[in-house]
Design a binder for this molecule. Structure first.
Ligand code: NI
Length: 172
């Protein structure tokens, strides 16, 4: 296992669109183990996406179970995730391992329905809400080269510079 280097803004590689996973093999699972180790090494990281470590495959990890009073499905590896239903809108603060100096207010769907595969290629379906749904939407944006800073309504009023990395909430 290894902690991988995280690409940060303005690295143009973060803008690449990632390709679907086609082989559910040991190589995939070894990469996922490294990706999880990298997430755990990051400050308060509730999620991570493969392109953040320079691997352009549609793989994300989300785990918001450490947050109090947050409905969640625990530790989730989502391969080739697809959102099949959106419902409602909520504004909340987000951070990102690839944007270490800022947090921002972003509007996301409040509830989603999601299909994906686990690391063995087994199909998964979830209904999610609140912070977990937000984290999944944030991570899936990375798969299409989108960062939360692209989604703030106003860079002047909705972006906030972090004084200390851990201030301003978790990253994803
Ligand atoms: Ni992020």
């Amino acid at each position: 296992m290894a902690v991988l280097e995280i690409l940060t803004l303005p690295d143009e590689r973060l803008r690449q669109v990632s390709a679907p996973v086609t082989q559910f093999d040991d190589e995939l699972r070894a990469f996922i183990a490294d990706l999880e180790e990298t997430r755990q090494a990051g400050p308060a990281a509730v999620g991570i996406a493969a392109p953040q470590v320079n691997v352009f495959k549609r793989i994300v990890i989300v785990d918001v179970s450490g947050r109090k009073n947050t409905p969640n499905h625990g530790y989730l590896v989502l391969v080739n995730p697809e959102i099949t239903h959106w419902d409602g809108f909520e504004m909340a603060r987000e951070g990102c391992l690839s944007v270490p100096d800022y947090t921002g207010n972003v509007i996301r769907a409040g509830k989603i329905r999601l299909s994906a595969y686990d690391p063995l290629g087994t199909p998964l379906e979830f209904e999610m809400e609140g912070y977990e749904a937000r984290a999944v939407q944030h991570e899936m944006d990375h798969l299409d080269g989108t960062l939360f800073v692209d989604r703030v309504v106003s860079r002047r009023t909705d972006l906030f510079r972090r004084k200390v990395y851990r201030q301003g909430g978790p990253s994803a």
